[in-house]
Design a binder for this molecule. Structure first.
Ligand code: DOR
Ligand code: ZN
Length: 335
């Protein structure tokens, strides 16, 4: 049994830089036609020069494949209209991080006050730049995303022309917002469709499943599954594949991030097949994103087959989700 996907897209991806970029970028570029690349490098991507240089390094690392990196700028509330007009020629979205909320986000936004953000949000609305948001407060870890819901609502209602993507949503409250505001969209990861906090910390601690936002409750996972498996038009696949070297995961002070790039499509096929909705996978991994971002991807066909894929223990010094386990679907061919 085979299933073909056309131009799969990963609308939230961490590629890092240097050796790590060389290790992980080809793994995404092999099976995805494009990806929205996050800007949380050290230092973050805040200038056009840094963005174009990073894009060239990504293209160099992925030159053997048909793959387009869609670039993001690290959101700052002091960007001028003139800067954003120039940047808009090269940028697909701006990524807003609350300051200090996750990996390399120290230079993020300190206040979610609409009046502070208004000038940039207005220019973004005029230019059609998408706003991607890491939506967590600094409250109790299980409540951070739920507490951010009122901030999403304030953004969505005050800036109705701004397309806002709630990144890597993990709660039923975020899912409910999708149908409440025309201009709110969401990415959903593979891991949040598969795990709850129990899988991370209910037994022996699993550092390779530790990420931000932390996986939540069963009822949250069910809500995410419902909209993903039914290919709700406002949700897109965004892996949030976030590689860290083993030394930063298997240690005291584990970095947040699940590395899913090399397993994403086989694992999604397995999941959608299990729920008898393989036909909906195309919308979830490409068509919805094309409509939301008004984007025509490079042409690529990925032929998946129901044949076991034994996931490697590691790729260089990064451990993938399902390391050493067997998935029921694999990639047969890429055209
Ligand atoms: O788990 C995560 N890892 N969540 C994020 O928001 C950032 C990411 C990273 O860059 O490592
Ligand atoms: Zn991320």
């Amino acid at each position: 049994m085979t299933h073909t996907l056309f131009s799969p897209l990963d609308m939230h991806l961490h590629l890092r830089d240097e050796k790590m970029l060389e290790t992980v970028a080809p793994l995404t570029a092999f099976s995805f036609a494009g990806a929205l690349v996050m800007p949380n490098l050290v230092p973050p991507i805040t200038t056009i020069e840094a963005l174009l240089a990073y894009k060239s390094r990504i293209l160099e690392a992925t030159k053997d494949d048909t793959f387009e990196p869609l670039m993001t700028l690290f959101f700052r509330s002091d960007y001028t209209r003139e800067f954003l007009e120039k940047a808009s020629l090269h940028v697909t979205a701006l990524k807003l991080y609350p300051s200090g909320i996750t990996t390399n986000s120290e230079g993020g936004v300190a206040s979610m006050d609409i009046e502070v953000l208004r000038p940039v949000f207005e220019v973004m609305s005029d230019l059609g730049l998408v706003l991607c948001v890491h939506g967590e407060t600094n409250g109790f870890v299980m409540d951070r995303e739920k507490e951010f819901a009122s901030i999403y609502e304030s953004f969505a209602s005050a800036f109705p022309r701004l397309k806002i993507v709630m990144e890597h949503i993990t709660t039923k409250e975020s899912v409910a917002l999708l149908d409440k505001y025309d201009n709110l969209y969401a990415t959903i990861t593979l891991h949040h469709l598969l795990i709850t906090l129990d899988d991370v910390a209910g037994g022996m601690l699993k550092p390779h499943l530790f990420c931000k936002p932390i996986a939540k409750r069963e009822e949250d996972k069910e809500a995410l599954l419902h909209v993903s498996l039914n290919a709700h038009p406002k949700v897109m696949f965004g892996s949030d594949s976030a590689p860290h070297p083993i030394s930063k995961k298997e240690c005291c002070g584990c970095a947040a991030g699940v590395f899913t790039a090399p397993v994403a499509l086989p694992a999604l096929a397995q999941l959608f097949d299990k729920h008898h909705v393989l036909a909906n996978l195309q919308a979830f991994v490409s068509d919805n994103a094309q409509k939301i971002y008004n984007y025509a991807p490079l042409k690529k066909e990925v032929i998946l087959e129901k044949n076991p894929f034994l996931v490697p223990q590691s790729y260089s010094d990064v451990v993938p989700m399902f390391a050493g386990e067997s998935l029921t679907w694999s990639i047969k061919d890429v055209l």
